[in-house]
Design a protein around this ligand. Structure first.
Ligand SMILES: *Cc1c(COP(=O)(O)O)cnc(C)c1O
Length: 359
């Protein structure tokens, strides 16, 4: 058995060093005589793990002191409800930019609690671009302005942020720590861990303190940010093992030189793939060049049968999970932090060979 190059959109590949480290500590963690999975979350050993995870988030993302860092459950999708419930209580109104399924789902969930103003959408061209925003369409009385920073399914990302007068909220599930993000420009950021940070089951939330003081009266206790923030993400049992692996991933990021260094590597990886797609006579990228994601690269041959043949042959050659999202078709290569440059280079070599054989 050898490890494959895993291009899954999520849950996705983790650095092998992290898996090995988790393996070496699996049965006995430090001097505790037990696995992290078996530990009380109230133990000193566990407190050190979660404290160190939070400290690393703060260090790697340069999180200002007036922001809370939380490790929650319920995935990115639970944030779709928590955000309006906690941030939408003043005017019960928010602006959303619809750049794909995740933004659409977030807006639909928010509509259960507040008025949603959809300021723009790229649905007209299968979400293959980030719409240009016109400030005159923004609601001046919105409680917040919501974007999905990197669109995992369609492979687009923001390269300039909307200029809003109200707190900016962003779903960074698929781009967290892949490029430098200025946290101070946001009211709230969140990311399900399973794309770039660790195993599924943990959601990282970074929120400006003053925005999470109150929630709507109807908000269940477990959906109140303040409850989790005041209790150091330990109001109830947190996803202990997931947070531990996340901590190992953060240590790995730090060892690699931090987010700015990873960004350089990610830009290099993306360029290798996009340059090939732009020169290929068989494959082509589906996103306008200026809005291309560094993390998720969708592409097609234009022929569904050929797409299926490519996915099958790639799999046999050790490049797995390249099938596009079920709503888009074609292919998608997700090249998160853990994907080495060599994985992308080898994929491109394989694509060139496939092109020569099938053109
Ligand atoms: C995967 C993903 C989600 C959904 O995350 P879950 O943890 O499955 O709820 C939300 N937003 C984006 C951008 C994603 O990539």
């Amino acid at each position: 058995m050898s490890r494959v190059y895993n291009f899954s959109a999520g849950p996705s590949m983790l650095p092998e060093e992290v898996l090995k480290k988790a393996q070496s500590e699996m049965v006995e963690y430090g001097t505790s005589g037990m696995s992290v999975m078996e530990m009380s979350h109230r133990s000193k050993d566990y407190q050190e793990i979660i404290d160190s995870a939070e400290a690393l988030v703060r260090e790697l993302m340069n999180v200002p002191d007036n922001y809370k860092v939380m490790f929650l459950q319920g995935g990115g999708s639970t944030q779709f409800a928590m955000i309006p419930l906690n941030l939408g209580l003043k005017n019960k109104k928010a602006d959303y930019v619809i750049t794909g399924q995740w933004a659409k789902k977030a807006a639909a969930e928010a509509e259960k609690f507040i008025t949603v103003n959809k300021v723009a959408s790229s649905a007209d061209k299968t979400f293959s671009y980030i719409p240009k925003l016109d400030k005159s369409t923004f609601s001046s009385d919105a409680d917040y302005f919501y974007i999905c920073y990197n669109n995992t399914i369609y492979g687009t990302r923001y390269t300039t942020l909307p200029e809003t007068d109200v707190p900016l909220v962003a779903d960074i599930s698929s781009c967290v720590m892949s490029e430098v993000i200025d946290v101070s420009k946001f009211g709230l950021l969140f990311a399900g861990a399973q794309k770039n940070l660790g195993p599924a089951g943990v959601t990282l939330v970074i929120a400006r303190e003053d925005l999470i003081e109150n929630a709507m009266d109807i908000t269940p206790t477990m959906l109140q940010y303040k409850i989790h923030a005041d209790n150091g993400s330990m109001y109830n049992t947190p996803p202990t093992y997931g947070i531990y692996v996340l901590k190992l991933v953060l240590e790995w990021i730090k060892e690699k030189g931090g987010v700015a260094e990873l960004q350089k590597i990610n830009e290099k990886k993306a360029k290798i793939l996009y340059d090939f797609l732009d020169s290929s006579k068989l494959f082509k990228g589906t996103v306008v060049p200026e809005d291309r994601s560094l993390m998720n690269v969708p592409f097609v041959t234009g022929n569904e049968e050929l797409d299926a043949k490519f996915v099958a042959e790639a799999k046999a050659a050790g490049f797995v999970n390249l099938k596009g999202h079920r709503t888009v078709g074609g292919m998608r290569a997700s090249i998160y932090n853990a994907m080495p440059v060599e994985g992308v280079e080898k994929l491109v070599e394989f694509m060139k060979k496939f092109e020569a054989e099938n053109l």
